[in-house]
Ligand binder design. Structure first.
Ligand code: 6GU
Length: 228
């Protein structure tokens, strides 16, 4: 999979994309991430990419021209399965979205900064609009890093233990059960007996019960969604 990310502050995403599982995915050649600096497509003297909003008000708006030039340039080289705009008024990112996107070949992600991008760019090019939650970030970059992380780890072949992503919280719309490692006794707090029993069936049943209980207590909304 190839993911191209357009931003005015591409450096913001450098570190999250260069470690851990995303690094491994790129080292293995399964994932390719390219950061594109929108300023490279500005025709203004000071590489300006934003301008005052028509109608007035606070904040700047990312102009049509550099974005359009940039997107057209990228589209000449490959066709994108989705052109995704990161925006707080987009559809909220869910595991299901990540699952679907992890099977694509070419994705283009556009990060808004300032107040966001000119509406006409959304109308002309954008095929998906994604938010990562109901709070405000300074720009789409950290949200894009979150999106790439959640997609990247799902691409077939990225996780060495192929089943590991399947037992994540949310993958089956339940939260994960509690987990333990050595020692068996930590300052008098013991690991649940069943996990030491060696009885796989009992362990799986216990984990499922714990998942269900935890979800009921912490995120009953997830269970309601299951009934829809
Ligand atoms: Cl995708 N962008 C911004 N600027 N803020 C956000 C967001 C995205 N998702 C949640 N808050």
């Amino acid at each position: 999979m190839r993911i191209d990310i357009v931003s005015v502050v591409p450096d913001l995403m450098q570190s999250p994309l260069s470690h851990s599982i995303l690094k491994r995915a790129q080292d293995k050649g399964i994932l390719e991430v390219h950061l594109i600096n929108l300023r490279d497509f500005s025709s203004k003297t000071y590489k300006q990419v934003d301008d005052y909003p028509y109608g007035g008000g606070a904040g700047m708006v990312m102009m049509c021209e550099p974005l359009s030039k940039c997107i057209e340039h990228l589209k000449e080289q490959r066709s994108y399965d989705e052109i995704i705009y990161m925006t707080p008024d987009g559809d909220q990112l869910k595991q299901k979205t990540a699952n679907t996107l992890s099977l694509k070949t070419n994705l283009l992600i556009i990060c808004g900064h300032y107040k966001g991008i000119d509406e006409r760019i959304r109308e002309k090019y954008v095929t998906m609009e994604i938010s990562i939650g109901d709070y405000v970030l300074s720009g789409g970059e950290l949200a894009a890093a979150v999106l790439v992380d959640t997609i990247g780890r799902l691409i077939p072949g990225v996780l060495s233990d192929e089943t590991s992503a399947l037992t994540d919280s949310f993958q089956d719309e339940l939260l994960s059960p509690p987990i333990y490692t050595r020692p068996e006794d930590f300052q008098g707090m013991k690991v649940p007996e069943v996990l030491l029993s060696g009885n796989d069936k009992k362990i799986q049943d216990w984990r499922y019960e714990q998942s269900l209980e935890r979800t009921k207590k912490r995120r009953p909304d997830l269970l309601d969604n299951n009934l829809e």
